[in-house]
Design a protein around this ligand. Structure first.
Ligand code: SAM
Ligand code: SF4
Ligand code: SF4
Length: 343
């Protein structure tokens, strides 16, 4: 295992790969229709990394210490022949875990099984409300919550376990869905994770007041359920784990805003066109595609990647307090969008 570490002694362990900047949803907090409407120019296909290029970067990253890949986007299931890519990634030595984050709209029973067979270990689905009308308003394309629940069932049936659900909570939008969501997924083995709404990108008009903190989420859950904090399963875990005292299962809370976890952040992100970001809140990525397309060999790409990681200083969430002090709410300072580099 490589001992490559950054300036804060954090190893490189996870690579999140954005497979496309496109999405068939227009979640109001991620790809608001006003900014991602008919006029929006998505990347042309030739700009996207092809499967050879993605596999090559993953292979080089694995040699530098990466053991876990997460395929995301945009909506990763929009990428044709995804199972072919997965099989190639699963064959890389030292990659032990391949996860997928999806909105579930295209996760049929057949596709779930294909992905499992190809080598996806786990799936995280996003579902921000149980109430159909509310969910349709959030995804802004009229997709119903029950269809996402079918996709959850498809993932479970395919053995993509443990299936997790991401639920981003925004004040005044879906905080009243915390208890119904908890009720729906207790006793199912599916791990529901509430996520604090983050100031990613520049298009969602984020304000600190919109954030429902982990503390508030726990307090809400405790109005109905007895829950106890569980120790982290592994170091650097992003979610705070909780258990229902009655044995109904696990629940997670990702407190990226109120309890930042930069100290244990071992993640790099690769955009769909091959830029490497060392933080979700990055402004500029470093281009790996250019050198690859102009003939750099593996050793040169590895040296480039290692150099970027060694110089990494990012701890945006820990510094958010200081940074937002001098900034207007909703002013993204040029930060890259979540749909562009993946969650
Ligand atoms: N389209 C896929 C999906 O929705 O699962 C994958 C990409 S999406 C960007 C990944 C995750 O990021 C989703 O669970 C989404 O809810 C979350 N996300 C997007 N914007 C966010 C924000 N501002 N704060 C917190 N989570 C966010
Ligand atoms: Fe698409 Fe996922 Fe963003 Fe929603 S959160 S717009 S599904 S990329
Ligand atoms: Fe990692 Fe950046 Fe998030 Fe901190 S703010 S946990 S460094 S991605």
């Amino acid at each position: 295992m490589s001992t490559l570490t950054d300036t804060r002694n954090r190893p490189l362990r996870d690579l999140r790969i954005s497979l496309t900047d496109r999405c068939n949803f227009r979640c109001t907090y991620c790809m608001p229709r006003e900014l991602f409407g008919a006029e929006h120019l998505f990347l042309p296909k030739r700009e996207l990394l092809d499967f050879d290029e993605i596999e090559r970067i993953a292979r080089i990253a694995a040699r530098l210490g990466v053991t876990k890949l997460r395929l995301t986007g945009g909506e990763p299931l929009l990428r044709r022949d995804l199972d072919v890519l997965v099989a190639r990634l699963a064959a890389i030595d030292d990659i032990h875990d391949i996860c997928l984050t999806t909105n579930g709209s295209l996760l049929t029973a057949k596709r779930a099984l294909q992905l499992k067979t190809a080598g996806v270990n786990r799936v995280t689905l996003s579902l921000d409300a149980l109430d159909d009308e509310r969910f349709k308003a959030i995804n802004d394309v009229g997709f119903s919550a029950s269809k996402v629940r079918e996709a959850v069932d498809n993932a479970v049936a395919a053995g993509l376990a443990p299936v997790k659900i991401n639920c981003v909570i925004q004040r005044g939008v879906n905080a009243d869905q915390i208890l119904p969501m908890a009720a729906a997924f207790r006793h199912t083995g599916v791990v529901l994770r509430f996520i604090e709404y983050m100031d990613v990108g520049a298009s969602n008009g984020w304000r600190m007041d919109d954030v429902v903190t982990a503390r508030e989420i726990v307090d809400t859950l405790r109005t109905r359920y007895a829950i106890t904090r569980a120790p982290a399963a592994q170091p650097g875990e992003t979610a705070n784990r909780w258990h229902y005292d009655d044995g109904a299962g696990e629940i997670g809370i990702i407190a990226s805003v109120s309890q930042p976890f930069c100290g244990g952040c071992t993640r790099a992100r690769l955009s769909a066109i091959g830029e490497l970001y060392t933080c979700l809140f990055g402004v500029h990525g470093r281009d790996l595609r250019g050198p690859m397309r102009s003939g750099a060999n593996d050793a040169e790409i590895a040296a480039l990647l290692a150099g970027i990681w060694r110089a990494r200083e990012d701890r945006y969430s820990e510094q958010r307090g200081e940074q937002t002090a001098g900034r207007r709410d909703g002013d993204g300072d040029g930060r890259v969008e979540m749909s562009y580099i993946g969650g």
